[in-house]
Design a protein around this ligand. Structure first.
Ligand code: TXA
Ligand code: MG
Length: 536
């Protein structure tokens, strides 16, 4: 069979593929997560072809894809209101819900289970194809069973050439890892496979959520999987992986020490240049804070590593929390859950705009036994006490010198008037503050240290953290809080806010976002749930 790649932009290609599907053929389609291998979910004969093309075990059920919420009631029964609440919030998008199935889903899809996984993909091409076909489509990831999932049409071709009539090309997948699979049948939703919709995001809608232990640590001896997919070694390149877990700094240090023994390293961009000096080949996942990029690149880079022929690879893991859960889960599975922990302490970096609730966070974490290091406070202390810092500032800003050291009012005037001067001052003070924070971090007796740092990412302190938290708060609420707290008028408060990073900035970088919507009791509850999970 000749396998054609057809552009998803052309309407006639969608029409053609929909016709193939209605005739019982299998077609590869793009989704926002990974490419899927689709067939009519109501046709036993068509679905059987998916299993054959993938070489998929007969007991691993498929996800059914819909394009309209009304299709949900056709394929499921006893749908709880919680499922509609999640659909409302996350569909179309990377969330699959396991629900009780109805008679219209054929047995081959669910492998005889009485449940079915359903999702509404957000990719425009997938949605158009489902609509054009007029039926729900069963679709697993479009890789050969056991291989990394495909995130481009070219990856699909690598695995499926000669096995299916066509691949609809919709470009590179924007998410890059498969959807979150959540079992909706019990009281609390249970995540069976982590994805871009995290436990925290589901809990924010439903008030609670859990992740199945096997999804985090693999199946223990004799344990029965809640999802058949857990049994199989997925996402695996041919190479043997050693996964280093901890803060980016801690894992980088370990990597420097051992990577000479490996054929290749997979690391963050931040460390690529130096690791290239001691390791044969270096592959990268993106900058260390960039959780979305890690997910987008992961499967492609695992394929690249195989193409390179590396047999043993050491891997710098993204932080094992929050929005990294999906990437970390795929990496853990790829290495058979054999991981190396680097660093002992839990280092929680908290950041956000002024007034967003950082102090509330620190107060609560202190109550849980964490030691809190406040960057602004340490800066003030050093200005008072450190002759070395005062000398460094005086050398660069001689006009701010005074008999007792530094004239702070003068210094403030200089740096507020000129951004170059401000940058220079920051470079001096950041170095001192960072050094002092690292010293206190190492000396801390508590297993959990919180770093309260307004410029967490700009200072690079995010790299010593095992968790980064962004406190976010709507502009209007922040304005009210700043005007009340600091006694300034609205215009000045607005100007101050405009000079700070917005929510999007934190959303891109932080592992976990805690939203402060002004309801202090609700905020406390979120922080408590965080503390229960992340303090050591
Ligand atoms: O993002 C995705 O979900 C992609 C795209 C194509 O939509 N699809 C995907 O399908 O990843 P697949 O077949 O590679 O993974 C489906 C996972 C398997 O681990 C399977 O065991 C689990 O979902 N699953 C499916 N139906 C289930 C059910 N009824 N109960 C428990 N687990 C189920
Ligand atoms: Mg798969």
């Amino acid at each position: 069979m000749d396998t054609r790649i057809l552009s998803g932009e052309l309407k006639e290609n969608i029409t053609y593929a929909a016709e193939l599907l209605r005739r019982g053929e299998v077609v590869a389609m793009p989704t926002e997560t990974v490419y899927g291998l689709a067939a009519d979910a109501g046709s036993e004969a068509a679905v059987v072809k998916i299993f054959a093309a993938k070489g998929r075990p007969q007991d691993n059920p498929l996800i059914v894809h819909i394009a309209d919420i009304r299709q949900l009631a056709d394929i499921c029964e006893d749908i709880p209101p919680q499922a509609y609440a999640l659909a409302e919030r996350f569909w179309p998008g990377p969330l699959t819900m396991v629900l009780k199935k109805s008679g219209s889903v054929c047995g081959a899809v669910t492998c005889g289970l009485d449940t079915v996984g359903v999702r509404m993909p957000a990719h425009d091409v997938a949605a158009r194809l489902i609509r054009a076909c007029g039926r729900p489509l069963a679709a697993p990831s479009a890789n050969s069973s056991g291989r990394p999932s495909p995130t481009t049409a070219a990856h699909v071709l690598e695995d499926m050439a000669g096995k299916i009539p066509c691949i609809i090309d919709g470009g590179a997948c924007s998410v890059g890892v498969e959807s979150t699979v959540v079992d909706m049948r019990g009281e609390t939703p249970v995540i069976l496979r982590p994805g871009a919709v995290t436990e925290e995001m589901i809990a924010a809608v439903l008030g609670g959520a859990a992740t199945d232990g096997a999804a985090e640590h693999g199946l223990q001896n004799g344990e029965q999987p809640r999802s058949p997919g857990m049994k199989y070694r997925h996402y695996a390149p041919r190479a043997e992986l050693t996964l280093l877990e901890g803060s980016p700094e801690a894992t980088a240090e370990k990597m420097r020490a051992i990577c000479g023994e490996y054929d290749a390293a997979l690391c963050f961009d931040d460390y690529a240049e130096e690791l290239a000096k001691c390791c044969g080949a270096v592959f990268t996942l993106g900058e260390s804070f960039d959780h979305r990029e890690h997910a987008r690149r992961l499967f492609a880079v695992l394929r690249d590593i195989d193409a390179h022929g590396a047999e043993r690879v050491c891997v710098q893991s993204p932080r094992i929390c929050g929005r990294n859960a999906a990437t970390v889960n795929r990496l853990r599975r790829a290495c058979g859950f054999k991981t190396v922990r680097c660093g002992e302490k839990q280092i929680i970096g908290v950041t956000g705009r002024s007034g967003s609730g950082k102090s509330e966070f620190c107060r609560e974490l202190r109550a849980w036994g964490a030691e809190v290091l406040d960057a602004d406070g340490i800066y003030k202390e050093l200005l008072e006490d450190s002759a070395e810092l005062n000398a460094a500032i005086a050398a660069r800003f001689p006009s701010a010198r005074s008999t007792s050291g530094i004239d702070r009012v003068k210094l403030a005037e200089i740096v507020f008037a000129d951004s170059t001067e401000r940058t220079d001052l920051n470079a001096i003070t950041h170095a001192f503050v960072i050094r002092e924070m690292k010293r206190r971090m190492a000396a801390a007796e508590s297993g959990t240290v919180v770093l309260d740092v307004p410029l967490l990412f700009e200072s690079g302190l995010d790299r010593v953290c095992t968790v980064t938290v962004g406190m976010i708060c709507p502009d209007e609420l922040l304005l009210r809080r700043i005007t009340e707290r600091d006694g300034i008028d609205e215009a000045r408060a607005r100007a101050r806010l405009a000079a700070q990073n917005g929510t999007e900035y934190y959303d891109r970088r932080c592992d976990i976002l805690l939203e402060n919507s002004g309801d202090i009791a609700a905020l406390k509850k979120k922080i408590k749930a965080f503390a229960a999970k992340y303090t050591m």
